[in-house]
Write a protein that binds this ligand. Sequence first.
Ligand SMILES: Cc1cc2nc3c(=O)[nH]c(=O)nc-3n(C[C@H](O)[C@H](O)[C@H](O)COP(=O)(O)OP(=O)(O)OC[C@H]3O[C@@H](n4cnc5c(N)ncnc54)[C@H](O)[C@@H]3O)c2cc1C
Length: 302
Amino acid sequence: MRYDIVIVGGGPSGMSAALYALRENKKVLIIEKESFGGQIATSPRLENYPSIEKISGLEFADNLFSQINNLGVDFELDEVLEIVKLEEKKFLIKTNFKQYEAGAVIIANGVKHRTLNLPNEEKLIGHGISYCATCDGPFYKGEEVNIIGDANSALQYALMLESYCPKVNMYCLFDHLFGDEILQNKVLNSEKIFINYNMSLIEYIGENNLQGLVFKNTKTGEIIKINTNNVFIAIGQISDNKRFENIIKLDQGYILTNNNMETSLKGVFACGDTIKKDIRQVINACSEGSISAINAVKYLNQ
Ligand SMILES: Cc1cc2nc3c(=O)[nH]c(=O)nc-3n(C[C@H](O)[C@H](O)[C@H](O)COP(=O)(O)OP(=O)(O)OC[C@H]3O[C@@H](n4cnc5c(N)ncnc54)[C@H](O)[C@@H]3O)c2cc1C
């Protein structure tokens, strides 16, 4: 099937790109491998998007999806595996199940969760180990819960979980918190959130279900074991662009773009968390999405 623009990823940047391209009457397909909304859909609260005082990440994502759906976007739930340039303004996008043709491509595939790479980790995801407190937190309503991490995602998870869990334990690698001061203050002032500093998670206990966690105190060397059926991992994100390194230039795994969101290959644009940059926030992702679409439309109309 032939599209003017195929967008890889349905997070804030991909959906914003679609919004701008659709308003220019382009035929647009978004291919999303998991669920529309990307990372922000896993966040309990978004409080730093201009003009929206407070909204859940999921509602923000739903609103954006509905906006582009009303404009006639096509979408597929599938994973993009490869992009091939056939000729000028003719790209082949290969997914798990199909192939699509496009005049231009916008890569908006974001980042993926950083894992600890401990034995059993893969096996216990969904069986006690979670990367999303918004999605899985309610399973532990009324229970004591555990979070690994010390920055914004971990702080937001802690503040959400404390609303329905009696005790939230945060385990931090260093001796202080990172992230926005406003969130740090809320966490530090909470009577339900307990912070354990200098703790490195070294082992998951459990074969089929999580039964405990083993930590090493990085200052004293002490080994501490806790019995628990849950842990939320919020230790940041990493890029996932290896599949594109044969066609576009990367730097430390992130896609290199210029101010127009053009990559090193004409006709391929990139936006959002996947590009090489310093600030990874929804507002930037949306802005870059719009820039990539405006320039993709220009490229197609040339
Ligand atoms: C818990 C949490 C809380 C946050 N809180 C805030 C906040 O309060 N304020 C703020 O501004 N930012 C926040 N952020 C950051 C913000 O969510 C990101 O900056 C933003 O989502 C980036 O958007 P994106 O579209 O570039 O990428 P993503 O949101 O990562 O979306 C990329 C999408 O592409 C899909 N995808 C990936 N690879 C493929 C492929 N090969 N084929 C098809 N689809 C693919 C993914 O499934 C995903 O849906 C938070 C992030 C997290 C994790």
